[in-house]
Design a binder for this molecule. Structure first.
Ligand SMILES: Cc1cc2nc3c(=O)[nH]c(=O)nc-3n(C[C@H](O)[C@H](O)[C@H](O)COP(=O)(O)OP(=O)(O)OC[C@H]3O[C@@H](n4cnc5c(N)ncnc54)[C@H](O)[C@@H]3O)c2cc1C
Length: 339
């Protein structure tokens, strides 16, 4: 295991922000974890765990150690006629792991096809798309405590998952390395196609009882048509979260703005479309210098080339301020801001 110095992170974050890490190391095998925890560069410095870099904004150079997780492996732990338990190592690519399950006919994560990034980052914000969240199939998360080096298994309930949220973004933030996740998937078909865009797509293509692969392919097609590819135009997907609001607030907002899109999630919580709020404030397609809001996606902040973390956050702050001024609502970033 080689710890490198002054390592360039520009190619390791999908916003393509230019930043360096004082120290940088890649975990490739289980024994690297033990070695890492004994190294002075790790013990005596700020630490940051990096996956695919698709949900991070480096504000500056990182004055500490960046640890990239590339621990690989997908194993079937147990199975019966109806379900299967799968362990996925944190350094696996998320979409590849989804395809592994799709090809084996294991149902449960197909709606999360093509979400960029690593398996190890998936629990951080409880990734979600097209009516499915990671928590719907997750049984437990394997973590290493960064202080003690001790390995622990966190059960689903301990992860405190919410909308783009978990214990790993709150009390456990930065305190553990996620080495693996355990999912329970179904061998019996369980299509979840109630999400409107997905449902409409399947109907339009005359697919009435879709196979697992047809759902995964449909999700990929929809995503490719809607979201800008970070390799073409650097971005981190939705820069902001949708807003969770209580019913009293929704009532008065709806009176004032009858067109305001709102939707209820599975747990009955109402969300306001942050993209709509941003668009109403005139930011959709707007560019300032090297940063802008995508012309088709009012949630996707893009780097037109060479923008620094400071430029991107300054642009994001202007958007936050104008939404606050117009709607008296405080929108928050979904992207992890790294200082
Ligand atoms: C085009 C695009 C579309 C997207 N669409 C979606 C979507 O539909 N739904 C959705 O939920 N997200 C979406 N995202 C966001 C992103 O894909 C997810 O947040 C993903 O889980 C990030 O994975 P990553 O490996 O790139 O994490 P990184 O960006 O590398 O890291 C994100 C956070 O996770 C932490 N982390 C990463 N790995 C570990 C680990 N092993 N242990 C501990 N902490 C770790 C990091 O410290 C950081 O805080 C999208 C992003 C892009 C660019």
């Amino acid at each position: 295991m080689e710890i490198k110095r002054d390592y360039d992170l520009t190619g390791l974050n999908t916003l393509a922000v230019v930043a360096k890490a004082k120290f940088f190391v890649v975990l490739e095998k289980a024994s690297d974890i033990v070695e890492l925890f004994s190294r002075s560069e790790f013990k005596g410095n700020k630490r940051f765990f990096l996956g695919g870099g698709s949900n991070v904004l480096f504000l500056n150079d990182f004055d500490g150690i960046v640890v990239q997780n590339k621990l690989k492996g997908i194993d079937i732990i147990s199975e019966d006629d109806v379900s299967v338990r799968v362990k996925m190592m944190g350094g696996e690519d998320w979409h590849e792991a989804v395809l592994f399950c799709v090809n084996k006919n294991y149902w449960g994560i197909e709606n999360l096809s093509l979400v960029p990034g690593s398996v190890g980052a998936a629990p951080i914000q409880n990734i979600g798309a097209y009516g499915t969240e990671l928590k719907d199939t997750l049984e437990s998360v394997e973590v290493y405590d960064v202080e003690s080096g001790e390995k622990r298994i966190l059960a689903l309930s301990e992860c405190k998952f919410g909308y783009r949220d978990s214990i790993f973004k709150n009390s456990a933030k930065g305190k553990c390395l996620i080495s693996a996740i355990n999912l329970k998937l179904s061998k019996i078909p369980k299509p979840n196609i109630s999400y409107k865009i997905l449902k409409d797509y399947l109907e339009k293509n005359n697919i009435s009882s879709p196979s697992l692969k047809e759902i995964s392919d449909a999700v990929c097609q929809i995503r490719r048509s809607k979201l800008p590819d970070p390799k073409v135009i650097p971005n981190a997907g939705s820069f902001f979260k949708n807003l969770l609001v209580d019913s009293a607030v929704i009532g008065s907002l709806k009176e004032k703005y009858p067109d305001m899109p709102t939707f209820k999630d599975d747990s009955g919580v109402t969300k306001i479309s942050t993209a709509w709020l941003i668009e109403q404030c005139g930011w959709k397609g707007k560019r300032e210098g090297r940063v802008g809001m995508h012309e088709r996606q009012a949630l996707v902040l893009v780097n037109y080339g060479g923008a620094t973390g400071e430029e991107i956050i300054a642009f994001a702050k202007k958007i936050i301020a104008s939404v606050e001024e117009k709607f008296k609502l405080a929108i928050v970033p979904e992207v992890n801001i790294i200082e």
